[in-house]
Structures are given as structure tokens and as C-alpha cells.
Design a binder for this molecule. Structure first.
Ligand code: ZN
Length: 129
């Protein structure tokens, strides 16, 4: 039995271009990225790749939290009498932002809430409001 020389060359290889193509968003509808992203005590500032600059107040971001718990809570009537915990009554700010892949950020708020995943598309949308 004879193994043809150069048989190992027949093994398919993935080149860098293939890998990059795999990471393109499936829908391709939202292709803006933040050029800079910085937070201060009261707001998040985003400079987008198209040059637009948005300043989103942490309190507004918190109110629009996209997590399941907050979505349910927003659909309910507000409580008649609400005793806030000290951390809820204090001015709200973010204590951290964690990138999720390259399409979203998880924001840690000073009231202890951190289950909201804010997609770039949502952040852009909130900036338009
Ligand atoms: Zn939430």
C-alpha cells in the first residue's frame, strides 16, 4: 500500500478570513460600535462610530433595564407605598460595566442591580429618546 506524498496537504484548513466571517452578526442590521465609552457619576457617554455622541443618565438606564424582572415590574401598577432601601434612595450611578461579547454591556448599578444586559442597539435607541 502506498500513501501518496503530500496527502496531509488535503486536510482542510481554516484561514483567518473564514474565522472573521463567522463572527459577523447574523442579521447585520446594527453595525454601529462605540468609539469611546465613558461613565461619570451621573451618566454614560458614548461616542458612536458614526460620530454621534449620546449622554445617557444612569437613572434612566436603570429605569429601562431590559432584564426579565424589571420588564415584569414595569408592567405592574406602581406600589401605593414604597419604602426604599438606603441604596435605592441614594443617587443612582453605575459601579461597573462588563462587556458581553462585542454587542452588549452588563451594567452594575449602585442599588445592587446588575442583571440587565444592554445591547449596543438598545443603548443607541435610548440615546434617541
Ligand atoms: Zn433589571
Amino acid at each position: 500500500m502506498r500513501v501518496p506524498s503530500g496527502a496531509s496537504r488535503a486536510v482542510p484548513t481554516m484561514d483567518a478570513a473564514d474565522l472573521k466571517a463567522d463572527r459577523q452578526p447574523l442579521e447585520g442590521a446594527f453595525d454601529l460600535t462605540p468609539r469611546t465609552l465613558k461613565g461619570d457619576a451621573s451618566a454614560l457617554s458614548i461616542e458612536w462610530s458614526d460620530g454621534r455622541v449620546d449622554r445617557l443618565r444612569w437613572a434612566d438606564l436603570r429605569k429601562q433595564c431590559p432584564c426579565a424582572t424589571c420588564r415584569v415590574r414595569r408592567a405592574e401598577p406602581p406600589p401605593l407605598f414604597n419604602i426604599l432601601k438606603p441604596e435605592e434612595a441614594a443617587p443612582l450611578r453605575a459601579t461597573g460595566m462588563l462587556p458581553i461579547g462585542n454587542y452588549a454591556y452588563q451594567i452594575d448599578f449602585s442599588d445592587g442591580h446588575k442583571t440587565g444586559i444592554y445591547s449596543l442597539e438598545l443603548l443607541r435607541h435610548l440615546g434617541q429618546a
